[in-house]
Write a protein that binds this ligand. Sequence first.
Ligand code: SAH
Ligand code: SF4
Length: 371
Amino acid sequence: MPAASGLPSIYDLSYSDLEAQLSEWGQPRYRAAQIWQGLYHTLAAAPEAISSLPAALRQQLDKAYTFSRLIKVVEARSSDGQTRKYLYNLPDNRQIEAVLMGYEKRRTTCISTQAGCAMGCVFCATGQMGFRRHLTAGEIVEQVIGFARELRAQDDHLTNIVVMGMGEPVHNYDATLAAVDRWNDPRGFNFGARRITISTVGLAPMIERFAAEKRQVNLAVSLHAATDELRTELLPINKRYPLAALFQAVRAYYAGTHRRVTFEWALIQGKNDTPEQAAALARLAGDLPCHVNVIPLNPTDDYAGQAATRERAAAFKAELERRHITCTIRVRRGIDINAGCGQLVAHETQAAPDLNQLLTPPPTDTLPPRH
Ligand code: SAH
Ligand code: SF4
C-alpha cells in the first residue's frame, strides 16, 4: 500500500500560521500572499508549481511541508462517469473516503472529517467501524482541493461542498470549521458559505456553538426518527442529546442565520416510515422552515434493516406534505453514495471490494440532488 508523507500538511496552516512560518524563515511578508495564491487560487500540487517563489523557498517548503498527505489507493467511478469515489490512505495508514458527484451543472464534493466515527449509528458503515481519529484541518481541506484541481484540469469547477462523508463533523469541530474558513477565504479559495453544508447527527451543544457563529453555512441534521425512543435505538447519541435539546439548538441556528434546515431521513422499512413518525416530525418542526431528505436505507453488513420500498417512501412523503413539510425522495445516485460512506473502507479492510456494486449508476427517473 503506498504510504502518505508524514510531513505536516501545508493545508494545515492558516494564513497567519503561514506568515509566522515565513517570518521564522526570514522571508518577507508578501511571500505569504504568493503562497496562498498558489495553494488556493492556482491550486498548485507541489511547491515547484508556485512559480512566483524563488527556488530556495520552494525547496524549503518542500522539505518542511507536504502538499499531498492523502494518497489515493482506490478509485471507483459510476458507469456514467459523473460520480467518483476515492479511498485515501493517511500517513498513519488510516483510510478515508471522498466523493465527487456531478449532476447537470452541479459538481458537489462530499468529504470526510474523521477516520471512522464514534457515534455508533446502527445502520452506518462508518459507525460500525468505530472511531479511529480526527482528521486535521489540512486533511479535510485537501480532499476539496484535490477535486477542485481535477475539475480545473477539465475546465470545470466545484459548485458545492457537503461535509457528509465519514465522521461526525462537529465532534471534530475546530478542524472542520478551520477547513470551512480556508475554503471561504476571499484571499484564496473564495468558496461561498452558502454553498457549503455541514451534516451532523445532532450534538446539540456543538450546534449551539455553530449557531452562535452565525455563519451562512447550511446545516443538515441526520434526524431519522422523531420520537426519542426510536431515535435512541437508531442513533445512540440521542440518549445524551434528546430531541428537545436538538430542536432547541436547531432553532438557535435558524434564529441566527435564517437558513432553512435540512433533515436527513434514511427510510427503513417498517421502522421509521410510518405515518406516526411523520406526524411526530411535523409536531417537532412546528413552524421551523425545514426540508426533509428521505433516502432509502443503504444496506450495510451489520444492520439487518431493509430499505423502505418506493411505495412506502411515497406514502411517507405524502404524509409529511399533508402536514406542510416539504420532502424530497433521493434515489441511489450521486448524493446517495454518501449514505454508503464508509463502505469502501469497510470493504477494503475485509475482502476484495466489488467497487462497481458500491457505485450504483443513476436510474433515469432520478431526482435532482438537494445541494
Ligand atoms: N456524521 C454526520 C455526517 C456523515 S453521515 C451525520 O451523521 O450527519 C452522512 C449521512 O448518511 C447521514 O445523514 C447519515 O445518517 C446517513 N447514513 C449513514 N448510513 C446510512 C445508510 N446505511 N443508509 C442511508 N443513510 C445513511
Ligand atoms: Fe457517524 Fe454520521 Fe455514521 Fe452516525 S451516521 S455513525 S454520526 S458518520
